[in-house]
Ligand binder design. Structure first.
Ligand code: ADP
Ligand code: MG
Length: 619
């Protein structure tokens, strides 16, 4: 076959193969166009999972009648002047509409503010119809019917109405988070209606939009992020470590307002939480990066969801640093959902406790109540007579213990002093320790709540934080290998590792170049013990290539600190004296990250007095 130019329709269908993967991609492109046109309201209607119908209406600037034909022509855009490095709109490639028009039946009806009438154009499997007058308000309505009718092979890959319609919902939510001041509705016979009323661009408005999308419990369990480094701004929210998901789908990231799916950002989030979350749990995050468009490339893939940063190390460092710092400042804060779940379980008739079903709910409630060890526990009991302090054997602070061996205080003066101290303790975050139950749970009282601490989990975390601090505040001790281990790598990897050798040495890994494409490892961190040096070095090379950091090594050392902490902590089953309990609570308050144990579970839960009163029908 001789070489010849492909037809316009063929070219567009080939482009559609990349830009329009499924109905959700159409929705994404059309909604982006509406937002680029300055819409304040975007209405989306779908049918048949978007395969039968997708209609997107907006109140944006509209398209002038004489430009309608251009809008559906390839490589025609009103958004990119002549600097590909200065992209400030969501669209810029001028290929969405012609691509869609080549594989479906597309019609555009539009009216600008200055024109009296609307006009309409259609394109049907690549065949363009003449522009005709129409009736409409200001703005644009784009309708797409019978998606992929012109490319049946693609149609066969669709997952079915439900999957496609839920993918459309995800796309709309993802983009809506970046445009809180815009009202979105998504409706149709294939779904339940999603309505996102406009909020505003303030931090509160943004959080309200996030709550509309993610659920009302997110703000209660989220920490605000706001950081700036070398002209790159990071804002948004991340969940507290006890509020997690089994997958990373609830991690939303935006670069200059554009929703992106980026390996670097995902990796940075994982790195930031590595310490507080088990491997199989994921934080919920909404992060907005704002930076000069010239130092980020969004023209990586036609779908525009990939980005490349000119300085990936900077972006990663900013994200990891900002999240870690926010987590540290948030201090102790357990997820409200833990307490909420517990309240629900305690509620009379709660089916989760009623093994025999709701019918014997009340009995199970009583059983649960008794089993909880609260029977006979009096919230109003005077502070100087804590209940069930247990015999004073064991403890983790030997000197404190010796001081306590003087025996209980009897004089009126001493009691008054103690009462005053207890009164002050009530004002602290975790309150005054009142009792230890089941040899592992510290029950404490604040002014308006009851706090239950898992002493083993809490202490393990405190030991871990202390070990980690020691680890990162001075050079990590290393052990000399009897024979240096040679690791063969690509020349680029070897060079990159050599460039980071100083940092690696600080973490106890002594590494140097060993001829072309190889490095010699002479020392490893003693803490690692016998370790697979080859694997470690390769992982580090990969990470440097991807992110320009050596966090892998840090994370491994932190893991070991965690294991050591687990062995060196107060076991459950050890009875603590009041002083010891209070000391533990104060230490928790002072230690960032102590709200969750090393495995990501909460170390304490707090029940508000008002909730407890509600349980007893007092409110
Ligand atoms: P791009 O968005 O990359 O420019 P598209 O093919 O998506 O390419 O759209 C082509 C052009 O049509 C846009 O540049 C814009 O001028 C116009 N357009 C598309 N949708 C709308 C809309 N909803 N409101 C106003 N103009 C629109
Ligand atoms: Mg576009």
């Amino acid at each position: 076959m001789p070489i010849r130019q492909l037809s316009e329709t063929m070219i567009n269908q080939i482009a559609a193969g990349e830009v329009i993967e499924r109905p959700a991609s159409v929705v994404k492109e059309l909604v982006e166009n509406a937002l680029d046109a300055g819409a304040t309201r975007v209405e989306i209607v779908t049918a048949g999972g978007g395969l039968n119908l997708i209609r997107v209406s907006d109140d944006g600037s509209g398209i002038p009648e004489k430009e309608l034909a251009l809008a559906i022509a390839r490589h025609c855009t009103s958004k990119l002047a002549d600097d590909i490095h200065d992209i400030r709109s969501l669209g810029f490639r001028g290929e969405a509409l012609p691509s869609i028009g080549s594989v479906a039946r597309l019609s555009i009806r539009s009216r600008t503010a200055s024109s009296e009438n609307a006009a309409e154009i259609g394109i049907d499997g690549g065949r363009v119809s003449a522009v005709r007058p129409a009736a409409a308000n200001r703005g644009t309505t784009v309708e797409v019917r019978d998606l992929f009718f012109a490319t049946p092979a693609r149609l066969k890959f669709m997952k079915g109405e439900r999957a496609e319609s839920s993918a459309i919902g995800d796309v709309v939510k993802r983009i809506a988070i970046a445009f809180p001041a815009v009202r979105f509705t998504l409706a149709g016979p294939d779904r339940s209606t999603l309505e996102l009323p406009a909020t505003d661009d303030s931090p509160e408005g943004r959080l309200r939009r996030v709550a509309q999308v993610m659920g009302a419990d997110f703000p209660d369990n989220a920490i605000a992020i706001d950081a700036m480094r070398d002209g790159v701004h990071l804002a948004g929210h991340v969940s507290v470590p006890s509020f997690t998901r089994a997958n990373a789908l609830q991690q939303y990231a935006y670069v200059n307002g554009r929703p992106v799916r980026d390996k670097l950002i995902a990796g940075a989030i994982r790195g930031a939480f590595a310490d507080v979350l088990p491997r199989d749990r994921h934080a919920v995050t909404v992060l907005f990066l704002t930076l000069d468009p010239a130092i980020v490339d969004v023209n990586v893939h036609p779908a525009k969801a990939d980005v490349r940063f000119r300085d990936p190390g900077l972006v990663r460092g900013l994200i990891v640093g900002a999240i870690r710092e926010a987590l540290a400042h948030a201090g102790i804060r357990a997820a409200t959902t833990g307490a909420a779940g517990m309240m629900a379980a305690f509620r009379p008739g709660a089916t989760s406790y009623a093994h025999g079903g709701p019918a014997n709910g009340h009995r199970s409630y009583e059983a649960a109540y008794r089993a909880s060890g609260f029977a006979g526990f009096d919230l109003a009991r005077s502070p100087q007579r804590p209940l069930d302090m247990g015999s004073a054997n064991g403890g983790f602070a030997e000197d404190e213990q010796a001081a306590f061996d003087a025996g209980p205080l009897h004089s009126a003066d001493a009691r008054a002093g103690q009462e005053q101290a207890a009164e002050t303790l009530l004002g602290t975050a975790l309150g005054a320790a009142r009792a230890q139950v089941h040899e592992n749970y510290i029950v404490a009282q604040t002014r308006d709540s009851l706090v239950i601490v898992d002493q083993h989990a809490a202490h393990e975390r405190l030991v871990y934080e202390a070990l980690k601090n020691a680890l990162h505040s001075r050079a990590v001790p290393s052990q000399m290998l009897l024979l240096p281990e040679i690791v063969d790598l690509s020349e680029e990897d070897a060079e990159r590792l050599a460039m980071h050798s100083e940092t690696l040495a600080r973490f106890g890994l002594g590494i140097e170049r060993f001829g072309p494409g190889a490095v010699a490892v002479r020392e490893t961190p003693s803490m690692l013990g016998e370790t697979n040096v080859q694997q470690l070095v390769r992982d580090l090379a990969d990470e440097i290539a991807d992110n320009d950091t050596v966090d892998t090594l840090k994370e491994r050392l932190d893991k070991i600190a965690a294991t050591m902490a687990c062995h060196g902590s107060v076991r459950s089953g050890r009875l603590l004296k009041p002083e010891e309990m209070n000391a533990l609570l104060r230490q928790m308050e002072a230690t960032p990250g102590s709200g969750t144990c090393n495995h990501g579970r909460p170390t304490y839960i707090e029940l508000k007095l008002s909730d407890i009163e509600r349980l007893f029908g007092r409110r």
